[in-house]
Design a protein around this ligand. Structure first.
Ligand code: SAH
Length: 454
């Protein structure tokens, strides 16, 4: 097989970046814009030794799972990867991905994988409580807002993303009208000139509070009083601010926030724990599914009120505070100091007194505290980033011998690797369930329960 060859293939899987995967002549080909079940004609664009990339030319026989995307720019926009795949099939694909990684990478036999049915959403759209729209100028000089096209920084104009809430569009209309009337420029990444870089919007699903933050390449915003007056007419508007970012960088937010109107934060709930969320805070973007995911973590932890629990990679303490309600004591560890500030504040506003937080690397703090104080843990929860748990941390967990380990994972490949290590060292995988936090994307979260073998 070589470049420019035309091949006919059946798409059998989806890769980590959302491209369809099929095989021809023993070669694995990645074909963008295809879904599982499509038979397509594709043109080979680039060849490596055992795999290649091909461009979709023709759909010869559409997959029975192919549906019309809700969003008119789903193909161009880098936000969604599998909108053209029926949601039930998306769920089946995600559950399979977890199971096959546990088998392939973790070496678990099918009978050793106690998978419970994946937790999907009833309405798999409009679920995001946060949106960051880049602002730019199109070739006719008109101000646009939207999302970056996949792997690039060109803006696909779209004020009505169907993963976000309806009010996003109204807010963008008000801001862009205001920019046009006052001749306020959009930032241009190429030249580093222009004022408005991004609009960040957050929405409290439970409280209905709205936050708008304009990220600007400057210190002030022209006629900001007129803008805030208009934004305040929207029901639920709670916080309007500027974020100053004068750096030539891809990082969206700068460090400094200037409040224009209202409170410096909005509030929202996960379960019955209240959180204060400011423009710079981390907060889970799909609160409905987060509640289900962390609810499962709580269930798997099997708390009776007497347990010492460690929550490693705890972020703003969402899981810690959730668990603290049913545990004797919870210790959280997180590397980002601001996240721990949020965790402590959130513990306080909820009057949770049995949670304590450490700033630092989980793989340094846990061994240190364990060596010094020989403290015990009945349950250890981990929720690491994609690269999974550090080996030093896993070894410390094995040494501490908690009764249960609850593993929350955003990457089932590293989950499988880490579960293998724990299962080779005294633990048994007894429950496992995938949760769809990000419908229309290829991402999937998993929660697994490991129990100490007798
Ligand atoms: N459960 C958390 C989110 C966890 S995301 C919540 O709901 O807020 C993973 C977290 O691990 C991130 O907050 C990241 O900053 C943190 N992290 C990354 N590497 C770490 C390390 N080596 N030690 C501790 N925390 C780390």
């Amino acid at each position: 097989m070589k470049k420019d060859d035309l091949v006919q293939i059946k798409i059998e899987d989806i890769g980590t970046d959302g491209a369809g995967i099929g095989r021809a002549d023993g070669i694995t080909l990645f074909v963008k814009d295809t879904i599982i079940g499509d038979t397509v004609e594709a043109k080979v664009m680039k060849m490596k030794k055992t795999y290649g990339y091909a461009r979709l030319m023709n759909i010869l026989e559409p997959s029975p799972y192919r549906v019309k995307a809700l969003c008119p720019v789903a193909k161009q926009c880098g936000g969604c990867q599998i909108q053209e795949m029926d949601y039930t099939e998306q769920l089946r694909f995600k559950e399979n991905k977890v199971r096959s990684n546990l088998m392939r990478i973790g070496g678990f036999a099918p009978s050793e994988i106690p998978m419970e049915p994946i937790v999907g959403m009833e309405t798999p759209f409009y679920y995001r409580n946060k949106a960051q729209f880049p602002i730019g100028t199109d070739k006719n000089g008109k101000i646009i807002a939207g999302f970056y096209a996949g792997r690039t920084h060109s803006i696909i104009s779209n004020r009505k993303c169907c993963l976000g809430v309806d009010v996003n569009e109204e807010i963008l209309n008000i801001i862009i009208d205001h920019m046009e009337q006052n001749h306020i420029t959009a930032y241009d990444e190429e030249t580093g000139k222009g004022l408005v870089r991004h609009v960040l919007i957050r929405y409290g699903f439970r409280t209905k509070e709205i936050m708008v933050c304009l990220i600007i390449n400057g210190n002030d915003f022209p006629a900001s009083d007129i803008l805030t007056e208009r934004l305040r007419e929207l029901p639920g508007m709670t916080s309007i601010s500027l974020n100053i970012n004068r750096q030539r960088t891809n990082v969206i937010l700068g460090k400094e926030v200037k409040l224009l109107w209202g409170k410096p934060y909005i509030e929202d709930y996960i379960g019955n724990v209240k959180y204060q969320i400011s423009p710079l805070s981390f907060f889970q973007v799909n609160p409905v599914q987060t509640e289900k995911l962390y609810g499962l973590a709580l269930e798997y932890a099997g708390l009776t009120g007497d347990e010492i629990v460690w929550d490693l990679y705890c972020g703003i303490g969402t899981i810690s505070l959730f668990l603290a309600q049913k545990a004797k004591k919870v210790y959280g560890v997180e590397i980002v100091p601001q996240a721990i500030d949020d965790a402590c504040r959130n513990a306080k506003i909820n009057d949770i007194r049995n949670a304590q937080f450490y700033v630092g690397k989980a793989e340094e703090i846990l061994p240190e505290v364990y060596k010094k104080h020989r403290i015990r843990a009945n349950v250890i929860v981990v929720d690491p980033p994609r690269k999974g748990c550090d080996e030093v941390l896993l070894n410390t967990i094995i040494e501490m011998k908690p009764d249960r380990v609850v593993y929350v994972s955003c990457d089932s490949a590293t989950l499988a690797r880490d579960l293998r290590i724990l299962c080779n060292n005294g633990y048994e995988l007894t429950r496992c369930r995938a949760v769809d936090q990000f419908p229309m994307s290829v991402h999937v979260e998993t929660v697994a329960l490991l129990v100490k073998k007798r």
